[in-house]
Ligand binder design. Structure first.
Ligand code: ADP
Ligand code: ADP
Length: 239
């Protein structure tokens, strides 16, 4: 599970800008795929289409055989649970503890009343602790999010994403605001989740050297088109 099949996907924004232009792409379950391309190439438009943060204009995106571009209501909610997203700016609640931020990854599973008052189950608290251990952040369980470094915040965001028990993790320039050392920690966390849990991981990156260090496969976008697609074994410096 975690297989993605993108067929004939185009996205034209309402102001006429072309975001994606005829994308065909199959991403097998368990692949670590890195998408590279200049700013404006369509990388984040593609990730946002895969978890239906926005609609595409034409085409289909199948997640394990189910087309997320056409799903509605409960079917869409269930499909989206399989897909976690990590953002450049972490998107944590700054004044809440690390634990509360990670448990927020379960909010969709609770009533508004219970989540507002932090009435999470013992099982979910254990799950939060387990996911914080995975990213080496368990010692910060009670720390407020705004007391953490950027790299630590991103690792908490990864732990929060794991609370969905996703099959696919999408990361949109997750290291853009981090220094080289914390960049490596965050990328190592993503690689570990990919290898240990078999998750499909798709990461948008600017840096080609970093892509070469972590990817199973690299694709390139330019002006909304797929212009490059190679397994890492065939990527050469000349590319
Ligand atoms: P959609 O076509 O998916 O409905 P919209 O055209 O409604 O998306 O745009 C969504 C939001 O993004 C709007 O508030 C818009 O102003 C903003 N936006 C417009 N142009 C850009 C851009 N080049 N990059 C990022 N955001 C933009
Ligand atoms: P990347 O992630 O590779 O930097 P994007 O997917 O953000 O590229 O953008 C692709 C193209 O779509 C760009 O021309 C960008 O300006 C445009 N774009 C992105 N978001 C919006 C939006 N909400 N409304 C209109 N145009 C947008």
């Amino acid at each position: 599970v975690g297989n993605i099949k993108i067929a004939h996907v185009s996205k034209v924004y309402t102001n006429g800008t072309i975001g994606l232009d005829g994308i065909n792409l199959e991403i097998p379950s368990g692949e670590f795929l890195v998408i590279v391309g200049l700013s404006g190439a369509g990388k984040s438009t593609l990730l946002r289409a895969i978890n239906r943060l926005h609609d595409v204009t034409t085409g289909s995106i199948e997640i394990d055989g189910e087309d997320i571009t056409k799903a509605r209501g409960k079917g869409l909610r269930l499909l989206r649970r399989n897909i976690a997203m990590i953002f450049q700016n972490f998107n944590l609640v700054k004044r809440a503890s690390v634990a509360r931020n990670v448990l927020a990854g379960r909010v969709g599973y609770y009533s508004t009343f219970r989540s507002t008052f932090g009435l999470f189950s013992k099982g979910d608290r254990e799950m939060a602790a387990q996911n914080l251990k995975r990213v080496n952040m368990i010692e910060k369980y009670y720390t407020r999010a705004d007391e953490l470094s950027g790299g630590q915040q991103q690792r908490v965001a990864i732990a929060r994403a794991m609370m969905q028990a996703p099959k696919v993790v999408l990361a949109d320039e997750p290291i853009a605001s981090l220094d080289p050392k914390t960049t490596e920690m965050v990328m190592d966390d993503l690689k570990r989740l990919n290898q240990e849990l078999g998750l499909t991981v798709i990461v948008n990156l600017h840096s080609v050297p970093l892509a070469m260090q972590y990817a199973d496969r690299i694709i390139g976008l330019r002006a909304g088109k797929l212009v490059y697609d190679k397994p890492i074994s065939e990527v050469t410096e000349a590319d």
